[in-house]
Design a protein. Structure first.
Length: 182
């Protein structure tokens, strides 16, 4: 019997963009609203999630979106960025590095293994593209996400700032080297 979970690469079209914008806004709010001001959340959501914004991102050759659907309902996604310089010193080559810009699961699906399934698909894609490492930024106060990534073998390599509305926050930069690669 096949699983009702379907993880696929997103197609760059207005319908997909609208679905991504809605889920992105929902999951970001679910994850971070309690720890940030309504004004900062509103400003960030307005500049980050909207059908036009997501459509432009879907059309970028360096971006890849993985969509997780259960019986046709979009319940999670991963936004990936090829050849990321995150965590590198100026001038270091970024080729072969895949950045997880976002990996979000709807609150009702947290704890079901959906995040791990999405991450397995990210790893499969990274291997298929001969990536040397996965990198990501995670808010220093997001303990659940930090624990998830640490269980998967990511290690802290630095930090950078993340601006949410008017609030400048500290993100940890995590890296996972891929087997047989640098």
């Amino acid at each position: 019997m096949s699983s009702p979970l379907r993880i696929s690469i997103a197609k760059a079209n207005p319908a997909t963009a609208a679905r991504l914008a809605a889920l992105g806004s929902q999951t970001f709010r679910e994850t971070f609203a309690a720890d940030n001001t309504p004004e900062d959340m509103a400003a960030f959501l307005a500049q980050t999630y909207g059908p036009d914004i997501q459509l432009a991102e879907l059309q970028q050759p360096r971006h890849v979106f993985l969509l997780a659907e259960m019986q046709g309902e979009l319940v999670g996604f991963a936004k990936l960025w090829r050849d990321s310089a995150l965590g590198l010193a100026a001038g270091e080559p970024a080729a072969g590095r895949l950045e997880i810009k976002q990996l979000y699961v709807a609150e009702a699906w947290i704890g079901t293994g959906l995040g791990a399934a999405l991450m397995r698909r990210v790893l499969d894609l990274a291997q298929a593209e001969n990536c040397t490492a996965l990198v990501l930024g995670v808010w220093e106060r997001n303990e659940r996400a930090k624990a998830f990534y640490q269980r998967l073998g990511f290690r802290e390599i630095g930090e950078h700032t993340f601006t949410l509305g008017a609030d400048v926050q500290r993100d940890l930069i995590l890296r996972k080297g891929l087997a047989g690669r640098a």
